[in-house]
Design a protein around this ligand. Structure first.
Ligand SMILES: *Cc1c(COP(=O)(O)O)cnc(C)c1O
Ligand code: SF4
Length: 348
C-alpha cells in the first residue's frame, strides 16, 4: 500500500465478495477468508461491550470491517483504546463531516498512464495490481475507493506493462494497490515475467501490509518467487505501532530479508495510535529489531471520515523533532505529506 496515492477510478459501492478458496489453496488464502468482518464479533473477542464502543453501522456499511484473526490476537483484550483496534474498528466519529476532508484528497487523473498505472514522480511508476487488502484501515483514503478487483490485472497486465515499457525514464516499478500480495503468487509471477522484458527496469518495489497483518502470506511459494526476481527488491511494509509485531511477523520479515530484499517501513501518524514520542520511538526500535528500517511517517490524507485521526502539522513537527533528538539517525523516518502536483512526497 501507499497511503498517499488515491486513484482516479470509479468508486464501487458493491461490497467485494468473499473469495472462494479452492481445496488445496495456500493456507494464507483460508486465513484471509476467515478474517473478522463483524464489529460486534471483534469486540466480543476482546471482551469489550459493543454498546459502549460507539460502533458505526453506517461507517461499516460504507467501508466494511476486515481484520485477520492473527492481527486481532495482538490486540489487548479489554482495551477499547488499543492502538491496533483503533485502526480497524468503524466508529461514530467517521460520520462527522469536517471541512477540509473531502472525497478526493489528492486524486490526480493526469497521473494515470494506463489502466492501473499511475506516475506522479520521475523514474518510478505505481502499478495498481489489485484493489484488495487483507485489513481495512479506517484512516486510509481507500475507504472511498473500493476499487474493482484486479485493476491492472484485468487485461492480463498487457496495457499496464506496455505503458511502462514505452517510457525509457521509468526504471523502477512499484507494485501497489490495495495490497499487491493479495494476488496469488502465480498471478504475481505472470506479471513479473512480463516486466522482465522491460529493459530499462533496475529495481522492483513492493508496498504491502500483508507481512504484518497476515504474515502467513510469506510462504514458500512467495519466497521462491521473490528470490528468483531479476532485480534488486525494495520491500516497504506498513506498521504503525510496535504492538503490530510478534514472533510470526518477525519470522515472515526474516524470511523476506533472506531473499535479499531491502525492508523498509512506512507508517501514518495517527491520533490515539502512535501520536507520542514513546510510541514512535518504540515503533522504530521494534521495526529495526525485525530487520526493517523506518522510511516514511506520513501525515494522513484528508479524506472524509478520518478527521479524528489527524495530528496537526505543528504537533507532528514537534513529535518528529523529539524523535530525532532521541534516536539514532537511521531510526528516524521522514515526516512527509502528499501534495498534489509535487515532484515527490513533501517534507514537513
Ligand atoms: C508515494 C508515491 C510513490 C513513491 O514515492 P517515494 O518517495 O519514491 O517512496 C510513487 N508514486 C506515487 C504515485 C506515489 O504516490
Ligand atoms: S492495507 Fe490499509 S492502508 Fe494499505 S491500502 Fe489497504 S486499507 Fe489502505
Amino acid at each position: 500500500m501507499i497511503p498517499a496515492a488515491p486513484l482516479p477510478m470509479q468508486p464501487d459501492t458493491v461490497p467485494a465478495p468473499v473469495p472462494a478458496v479452492a481445496a488445496g489453496a495456500p493456507r494464507w488464502q483460508r486465513l484471509w477468508r476467515e478474517a473478522v468482518r463483524d464489529p460486534r464479533e471483534l469486540l466480543a473477542l476482546l471482551g469489550l461491550d459493543a454498546a459502549a464502543a460507539g460502533i458505526s453501522d453506517a461507517a461499516a456499511a460504507q467501508f466494511p470491517l476486515r481484520v485477520p484473526r492473527g492481527f486481532v490476537a495482538r490486540m489487548r483484550a479489554g482495551h477499547l483504546d488499543d492502538p491496533l483496534l483503533r485502526q480497524v474498528l468503524p466508529v461514530d466519529a467517521e460520520e462527522r463531516i469536517v471541512s477540509g476532508f473531502g472525497l478526493d484528497a489528492v486524486g490526480d487523473g493526469a497521473a494515470k498512464k494506463a489502466d492501473g498505472v499511475i506516475q506522479k514522480y520521475r523514474g518510478r511508476a505505481l502499478l495498481v495490481a489489485t484493489g484488495s487488502c487483507a485489513v481495512h484501515c479506517r484512516y486510509c483514503f481507500r475507504r472511498h475507493f473500493p476499487y474493482a478487483e484486479e485493476t491492472a490485472a484485468r487485461d492480463g497486465w498487457r496495457e499496464a506493462v506496455a505503458a511502462i515499457a514505452a517510457d525509457p525514464d521509468i526504471d523502477e516499478v512499484i507494485l501497489s494497490g490495495g495490497d499487491p500480495l493479495s494476488l496469488a503468487t502465480p498471478k504475481l509471477a505472470e506479471l513479473t515475467a512480463l516486466l522482465a522484458d522491460v529493459p530499462q527496469l533496475k529495481r522492483l518495489r513492493i508496498h504491502s501490509r500483508l507481512p504484518v497483518v497476515l504474515p502467513e502470506r510469506v510462504d514458500a511459494g512467495l519466497l521462491q518467487w521473490l528470490s528468483a526476481l531479476p532485480w534488486p527488491v525494495a520491500f516497504v511494509i506498513h506498521a504503525n505501532h510496535a504492538n503490530e509485531f510478534d514472533a510470526s511477523v518477525d519470522a515472515a520479515l526474516a524470511a523476506l530479508r533472506g531473499t535479499g530484499a531491502q525492508l523498509l517501513n512506512q507508517a501514518v501518524l495517527l491520533r490515539g495510535v502512535n501520536d507520542s514520542v514513546d510510541a514512535l520511538a518504540a515503533l522504530s526500535e521494534r521495526s529495526f529489531a525485525a530487520g526493517v528500517l523506518p522510511y516514511y511517517l506520513h501525515q494522513l490524507d484528508r479524506v472524509e471520515g478520518v478527521a479524528h485521526f489527524e495530528v496537526p502539522d505543528d504537533e507532528a513537527r514537534a513529535l518528529h523533532a523529539a524523535l530525532a533528538a532521541r534516536l539514532s539517525g537511521y531510526l528516524v523516518p521522514k515526516l512527509v505529506r502528499e501534495v498534489q502536483g509535487d515532484t515527490g512526497k513533501r517534507p514537513l
